[in-house]
Design a protein. Structure first.
Length: 501
């Protein structure tokens, strides 16, 4: 079906004003119908990006002085705006990113939930109290904002990931310069519109459509105090190094090569369904997607065949069609990379049980590939160690749990993992032996809730987690206060016990 309409005009948002940009052209094409243009505009040049940081710095003092409950109210009002536009936003998200309508609705809903969750944290404690060894003195800590913060977000989750970074940054009193991925500018524009409509003061959040060099420029800017990044490991490691060079705190969530361990005592049908979902949905374009499936040898052949059969039943097609389960990859560049990975797997000796090629859907030239399951994979093969970011699962047998953990921990990544078993002892053993930041027991490797820390180890993440109380720890610093009133009797520190009834 054609979705042709006039392209949306893209503008950056700097210091409370919508800015056309003096840089290169920005074109946003539809992955399912690449000939159709979803949105277009211009990038900011270096001077305009600098102006965004200056605007964030100018707004920092007043925003910091705004009460946390007033800041939270802006987040709640932003959630109200998104709620009223959920269906329209889901359609636009599907058109520009390619994920199915069901996944897009869920993502917009998740963004709303993240805004509500962070707004509710205004009532949480912002420090701790301590006894003093000195009479007439109290010691306590408070959390204070860092200041202007750079936010760099990816194309695979174009509204929920920006919200889970920006919402806590704003709640805790920081101002923001936000650079979204160039493949998904429309949802970034819509989120910025919602913030503005909700009454976010000028300069508190600045949206910059800019080229890759802007990330370096932001970290080198003397006004930027912190940077939160989600994207590739190579870029993340570069930003961490740049942050260290310039004294900027960097939180980075990077690549993953996530393994699911399936033991012989697992609930077979449940494990097949969970692994298939984790590997294939969202076209495999999730940092937490399952890409390696380690199966205890007595179950191996049966499980591999069942996973291949289940993967073949997913309906690949137009993501705007409600019956579609898997849409296209986000770009032709990404499709070529995934097809190259399929070819490399074959060249290194893998046997393809299902998939392994590209698809033509409705003759529209969309970036579709087949969900793919391979076996006969060696631990040093590219398909076993490299992040593919497509619907591809490599199934490998193991003989004992020690071997399974050794295989799962092999390589540079350590974001998410899963183990399927009915044995509580073996499940608890995985808590210590599985070298990941997020461990799932009897559920797929994908998923992260707003109230718990999220992030990986090794080359999957920096040392600072996201979401939950971890977000507060990243976006603030602790200040210790020694409070003494000269010549005051200890009783003068008492608090009236009848306050509030």
């Amino acid at each position: 079906m054609s979705t042709a309409a006039s392209p949306v005009e893209l503008r950056s948002h700097v210091g409370g004003a919508w800015v056309e940009g003096a840089g290169g052209t920005l074109l946003d094409h539809e992955p399912a119908r690449p000939a159709e243009l979803v949105a277009s505009g211009r990038l900011l040049d270096a001077a305009e990006v600098d102006a965004a940081v200056v605007a964030a710095a100018a707004a920092a003092s007043a925003w910091r002085a705004t009460s946390i409950h007033a800041r939270a109210a802006v987040l709640d009002r932003t959630a109200d705006v998104l709620t009223g536009r959920l269906e329209a936003l889901a359609v636009e998200l599907t058109r520009e990113q390619g994920k199915t309508l069901a996944e897009s609705r869920a993502e917009v809903g998740r963004a709303i939930r993240l805004l509500r969750y962070n707004a509710a944290l205004a009532d949480a404690s912002d420090g701790d109290g301590y006894a003093s060894p000195r009479t007439g003195e109290r010691i306590f800590t408070v959390r204070v904002p860092l200041g202007p913060t750079a936010i760099v977000t990816p194309w695979n989750v174009p509204i929920a990931i920006p919200v889970w970074k920006i919402a806590p940054a704003l709640l805790y009193g920081n101002t923001v310069v936000w650079k979204p991925a160039r493949l998904v500018p429309l949802l970034a524009l819509r989120l910025m519109e919602a913030f503005a409509e909700a009454g976010l003061p000028a300069g508190v959040c600045n949206l910059v459509f800019a080229n890759a060099a802007a990330g370096d420029a932001l970290l080198a800017h003397p006004e930027i105090r912190a940077c939160s990044f989600t994207g590739s490991t190579d870029v993340g490691r570069h930003l961490i190094a740049r942050g260290a060079e310039h004294g900027v705190r960097v939180q980075a969530e990077m690549g993953g090569k996530n393994a699911a361990i399936v033991l012989a005592d697992a609930d077979f049908d449940h494990a097949v369904e969970q692994v298939a979902s984790g590997a294939m949905l969202s076209t495999g374009q999730r940092c937490t997607a399952t890409s390696r499936v380690l199966v205890e040898r007595p179950l191996f052949e049966r499980f591999a065949e069942a996973l291949a059969a289940r993967s073949a039943r997913f309906r690949v097609g137009d993501p705007l069609d409600p019956s579609t389960e898997i849409g296209p990859l986000v770009s032709e560049e990404r499709r070529r990379a995934v097809l190259d990975a399929y070819a490399t797997a074959r060249a290194q000796g893998a046997t393809v049980l299902v998939g392994g090629g590209q698809l033509d859907v409705d003759g529209d030239g969309g970036h579709y590939v087949e969900p793919t399951v391979v076996v006969d994979v060696k631990p040093d093969d590219t398909v076993f160690v490299d992040e593919i970011f497509g619907p591809l699962a490599a199934v490998v047998p193991f003989d004992d749990l020690e071997e399974a953990f050794a295989l799962a921990n092999r390589g540079r990544y350590g974001l998410s993992g899963a183990i399927f078993t009915r044995d509580l002892g073996r499940a608890m053993g995985a808590v210590d032996a599985f070298d990941v930041g997020v461990l799932h027991v009897n559920s797929e490797t994908c998923g992260a809730d707003p109230h718990v820390p999220f992030g990986g180890v090794k080359d999957s993440g920096s040392f600072m987690r996201e979401m939950g109380t971890a977000a507060r720890d990243f976006y603030t610093e602790s200040r210790t206060v020694y409070l003494r009133v000269p010549d005051a009797a200890p009783s003068s520190f008492a608090i009236a016990s009848n306050r509030g009834g």
